[in-house]
Design a protein around this ligand. Sequence first.
Ligand code: ADP
Ligand code: MG
Length: 675
Amino acid sequence: MLELSTNIQYLKGVGEKRAALLRKKGIDTVGALLHYFPRAYLDWRDVRPLSECPFDENVIVKAKIVTPVQAQYVRQGMTLFKFLAEDDTMQMVVTLFNQKYLAEKLHKDCEYLFYGKVTGDLALRQMSSPEIAESGAQYIQPIYPASPGMPSKTIEKLVKTALSLCETLPDALPEEIRTRNGLCDISYAVKNIHFPAIPEALESAKRRLVFEELFVLQTGLSFLKKRRRGRAGWRVENADWRFFREALPFALTGAQQRVIEECLRDMTSGCPMNRLVQGDVGSGKTAVAAALCSVAANNGFQSVLMAPTEILAEQHYATLTAMTGGAGVTCALLTGSMTKKQKNAVKQALRNGEIDIAVGTHALLSEDVEFDRLGLVITDEQHRFGVAQRGKLAAKGQNPHTLVMSATPIPRTLGLIVYGDLDISVIDEYPRGRQKIATYLVDSSYHERIYRFIQKFLDEGRQGYIVCPMVEETENIDLKSAEEYYEELKNGVFAQDSVGLLHGKMRAKEKDAVMRRFAAGEVQLLVTTTVIEVGIDVPNAVVMVIENAERFGLSQLHQLRGRIGRGQYASTCILVSDSRGADTSARLQVIKNNNDGFAIAEEDLKLRGPGDFLGNRQHGLPDMKIADLFADRETLHLAGTESERLLKEDPTLQEPKNQPLKQAIDELYERLNQN
Ligand code: ADP
Ligand code: MG
């Protein structure tokens, strides 16, 4: 008997071959097929009179074939089939290419539905290779994401076969919640998401399924958070961190102190900390990390700090060594570009517990990196790491405290979701004396003036950046690569100065050498790509020129700009763009007029949609099947409220009515872990 859990291979119409194709789409059971939703719909009821059809737009026409279907041999492998068809208003010539099978099924004097683009001219309408359906087939047809060997029509047929099982679908939304929010049940929803009788049925199905997806997501995330809290963590017995504060060359901001206290409260609670520290570029997150690592070391357990790039890891290593060294704490660096011998020595010392704080890159994730008593795991700029990588690092200890530091200003609207399983602390204050960055937007006719402007700063002993967009070799546009530009400047206007080059394709050692020379002030002007986006800290750099600024995302521009204005000097950022599009200038104006990363992120989200933040899986959440975290944010909010309410009533999801929800959450976790 057919059940939801039946292997897809045993559904009528599926064999071994099709089963393999379906599995590629993540469909391995009949139930999963029912949850494979159409990406669009074709409403065959939307028939238009031929005379009123606009040209070059897909339309549906109902027309009678008035001439025999004639085959016309063109050449080897190419036969045309042509006929005339008409409705009450006009005639059109229909052409089919090589579709012998279809052509043979069509008959003169019969009426059909034609779906395609009307072309030709006012005198003679034409349609080439339309989709053709029986004239009675006036229904809303689901269009599924097709793949080679698995066209939408085939999926449609298979779904139809499985549709009777809708009645047996468990409903992850408890009845109360459905009633309160006016949502249909799962059986109606699934039936109508595939084969809606009328558009209203489709709407109501969608609304319910979106709600369900967001409800399950939020319930799952808070459940995860609670479960983690239930475990035993490394307890900090001595949370006194005055020793750290007193050794610092500067006074921590109020926000830094508050966040450190918030973290220490977690770490003394006996349960593992699981916290996100959000702070704009330059807000001083590293000092927070250093404070926590010092306290951890004082309490006898090891910490690890992972950064997304080698340069950043090395910089953190230097900072942490300087900030924690006085307290008799041992730091070590572990990156991919170190020699095997160096790495082995560090690994050995980590295993033996001789090292208190390990700083590094992905190299830390390697299997043979083991700790003696890892109690604190910090990832910097974690949007570059997925949930899974974070977990992998944490798994090297036993329920260690975890801290995620991010400068990516995830818009407030999305923050709760993206980081739903984390507690959040925000560093909402900059160190005193931090200079405002003046931002200007100019076109490339200003280059001479820009160079003179830079020169002035270099002569005063300051440093600067010139940022170029990354250029792929395949790109055939008039853009200078960083390399070319570097050569040009070094041998031209800045021949008297020390110019450096830094880009992503350089070897780690070369990058490192250049960065060192820049940090030491030996390189005055650094021509670079977005490699420097993350975290580089050279307070003496006070001017940044961003070429072809239109090619960067807003948040990216903000991150880049955050590399200047980090010291005591007033800083200037010059965005160069010749792009005249209204959208582009609207975006660049946002950067020009804003210094607050959160505000910029919200604007970016408005202008570009959530794809940028959420489309690329960097957040580590599973892809949404039907919900759009931005467009559906109202539903997101509603579902969140319901989720909280339900968890208050049944915190462990024990009640029988909540079992389908629990099952849906387990499936979500499975998808999370696959990411
Ligand atoms: P981010 O939050 O972007 O990672 P960093 O931790 O790199 O910021 O700090 C930026 C710069 O500010 C560093 O040079 C750091 O030493 C300095 N800094 C951090 N906190 C303070 C403070 N309270 N007072 C003065 N300077 C600070
Ligand atoms: Mg940083």
